[in-house]
Design a protein around this ligand. Structure first.
Ligand code: PEP
Ligand code: MN
Length: 359
């Protein structure tokens, strides 16, 4: 994906994060027009609304379908906003292009399916329109699958491609509806520096209170845009009610965002911190393994009626490890402190094993 083109729209400041907002689903003409008007009055320039909804189970609201495309056209003429919707099949792409939708996005369940992605890519190629396509990450945390989905669109001749980070599915109850796993979009950015990455705080968070903090996090990490669900009457929404905010609340959230310059620095810092986290985990695992072995030694000493501490062994450990640590660039004091602490805990654990005898 070498020659990607930037996503630029007339009247939208390319220096600022691009914000796309609108309801999870287009429900009625009135809901669409009211929401769009309120968003436009609050300065939002790109409207989103799902026309075809991929629902986990049958029987839910599966989108208003083709009829809703006319409402999006109305949004365009009445408010001057650009429009975007989700496509998942050949038919969706054809109808959305015909209706003059400006941005197509591909949902997380679709980007996980190479057959569906290829069908969409083939249709885009046949249609030959210069359209912007945003690809959400697949539901599972598979960066290669996400990249593969975008490459199919790229191979179809589309050059205005963006990625949407919407978090990753997981089993069980968590703070987030979909885990952010920020290192995955960060790695995507390192691999494709020209690829704009949008963050979808609504599907990551799953609840209103998290929209603001996730938006701020996205900005702190230097991502390029936001796609946020906003509904004129969120509590009554036909899908994703708990994560939608009114256009007014959205405006408040966006106005309080702090947008910093030093994207690169924050990004590098995040990556470095992730490495530290990883190493600390490894350190803890190694330490606990060491303690387990100490306890086994304790068991042996208990069976052979030996004392927990043997001075000779302790002096040996200190001398050889301090020297080794020093050769690796660590100070003698640091090495002594850390070895002593490990030794103390080791002895404490052995004494615990020895004392079992007393009980
Ligand atoms: C949506 O944007 O409303 C949607 C269905 O999202 P996702 O594909 O991320 O679940
Ligand atoms: Mn939704």
């Amino acid at each position: 994906m070498k020659d990607l083109e930037p996503i630029i729209f007339d009247g939208i400041d390319p220096e600022k994060p691009i914000v796309i907002a609108g309801p999870c689903s287009a429900e009625t003409e009135e809901q669409v027009i009211t929401t769009a008007t309120e968003l436009a009055n609050n300065g939002i320039k790109i409207f989103r609304a799902g026309i075809w909804k991929p629902r986990t189970k049958p029987g839910g609201f599966e989108g208003i379908g083709t009829e809703g495309l006319a409402w999006l056209q109305e949004v365009k003429t009445k408010t001057g906003m650009y429009t975007s919707t989700e496509v998942a099949t050949r038919q969706h792409v054809k109808e959305a292009l015909e209706a003059g939708i400006d941005i197509l996005w591909i949902g997380a369940r679709t980007s996980a399916n190479p057959f569906a992605m290829q069908e969409i890519a083939d249709t885009l190629k046949e249609e030959g329109k210069d359209i912007t396509v945003l690809v959400k990450n697949p539901v599972n945390p598979d960066l290669e699958l996400w990249i593969g989905a975008m490459q199919r669109i790229y191979n179809a001749g589309i050059r205005k491609i963006g990625a949407i980070h919407r978090g990753f599915s997981t089993y069980g109850k968590h703070l987030y509806r979909n885990l952010p796993q920020w290192h995955i979009p960060i790695e995507l950015r390192l691999r494709f520096p020209n690829l704009p990455i949008f963050v979808d705080p609504s599907h990551i968070g799953g609840k209103r209170e998290l929209i603001g903090p996730i938006c701020q996090q996205a900005m702190d990490m230097g991502f390029n845009g936001l796609i946020i669900e906003s509904h004129c009457n969120p509590d009554e929404a036909w899908s994703d009610a708990s994560q939608q905010v009114t256009p007014e609340i959205l405006n408040f959230i966006l106005n309080t965002l702090v947008i910093r310059d030093s994207k690169q620095t924050t990004e590098n810092l995040t990556l470095l911190r992730q490495q530290i986290d990883q190493i600390d985990n490894e350190l803890l695992e190694v330490l606990s393994k060491r303690m387990r072995i100490s306890r086994e030694i304790g068991q042996y000493k208990k069976e052979h009626r030996m004392p927990a501490v043997q001075a000779g062994r302790y002096n040996d450990i200190m001398r050889t490890r301090v020297k080794l640590g020093e050769e690796m660039g660590m100070s003698v004091d640091f090495m002594k402190t850390i070895l002593l602490a490990i030794h103390d805990e080791s002895v404490r654990q052995q004494i615990e094993v020895l004392n079992d005898r007393a009980r």
